[in-house]
Design a protein around this ligand. Structure first.
Ligand code: CAA
Length: 240
């Protein structure tokens, strides 16, 4: 049986690696993006993965987008809530708009997408939802009150939905990446990043594929007894 997976923010960075990994495992993948058409077209061309553009912060757009995916690809069995943005700044400099946008995208997006797929998963008695958290949601990070709050919220959302989904065959887990070699991390000032990397026991940034390997396992049939858990993949930067 071909499973259908939706990966939000699935055309770049960690999301791209997850989309490709799930495709390699035989799933029909729909990757969403919001903005970079040229990159998404190149990704679709190169991988054969269908791409869909909508803003995960927009509740109605998520409901409509999932309807389109279901028409064009099939009923959604697997959801990876990966889409996320950063708007870093210390509280004194952070504008309300930067707070709102990050919370509505990173945390609101997970709610919106779960809402769009949960009923169908329940009816078909199978679902895998993996929410991408962050080491910075677990440990906090200077200059990221918005991002850390959103990512920390994802961990709570995961545990609540895991309890609700369990009796319907829906598992809900989180993967908490550390600092990886993506565009998002490349935007951190190099001196600040060097200090962060110096505190990672493994001594380097993670690779997007290393996150995708963990995520993909949680999306399999074999992972049916794992729910409400958080898999930290951070080179030992934070252990709990
Ligand atoms: N703890 C304590 N003090 C710190 C600190 C820290 N971690 N980092 C900086 N400071 C101090 C500085 O030394 C500086 O002190 P002085 O005024 O005495 O010189 C003061 O705080 C101001 O710091 P900045 O000059 O850095 O302030 P800024 O306003 O120019 O920049 C910032 C603030 C934008 C948040 C910048 O520090 C930054 O980009 N930090 C990195 C944030 C980060 O790690 N983002 C992760 C993005 S990737 C991601 O999020 C993916 C993921 O999930 C892992």
């Amino acid at each position: 049986m071909t499973r259908v997976a939706v990966v939000t923010g699935g055309t770049r960075g960690i999301g791209q690696a997850i989309s490709c990994k799930l495709q390699q495992m035989g799933m029909a993948v729909a990757a969403t993006y919001n903005g970079n058409d040229a990159n998404a077209d190149e990704f679709a061309e190169r991988t054969g993965i269908k791409v869909f553009r909508w803003d995960v912060a927009d509740h109605e757009a998520c409901l409509e987008g999932v309807r389109k995916v279901e028409e064009q690809v099939g009923p959604v069995d697997v959801l990876v809530n990966n889409a996320g943005i950063t708007q870093d700044g210390t509280l004194l400099k952070l504008a309300y708009e930067q707070w709102r946008r990050v919370i509505e995208t990173n945390l609101g997006g997970c709610f919106n997408m779960a809402k769009a797929v949960f009923e169908g998963m329940k009816q078909r008695s199978f679902g895998r939802i993996v929410n991408i958290g962050s080491v910075n949601g677990q440990a906090g990070q200077y200059g990221q009150s918005n991002y850390a709050a959103a990512k920390s919220g994802i961990h709570g959302l995961t545990k609540a939905l895991a309890q609700e989904g369990a009796r319907f065959g829906i598992t809900v887990n989180a993967v908490a990446p550390g600092y990886c070699d993506t565009d998002m991390v490349a935007a951190v000032p190099s001196d600040v990043l060097a200090k962060i990397v110096s505190r990672i026991p493994v001594g380097r940034l993670g690779r997007a594929e290393e996150i995708a390997d963990g995520v993909s396992f949680l999306c399999t049939e074999r992972a049916g007894f794992i729910t409400g858990s958080t898999l930290s993949i951070n080179g030992g930067q934070h252990m709990y």
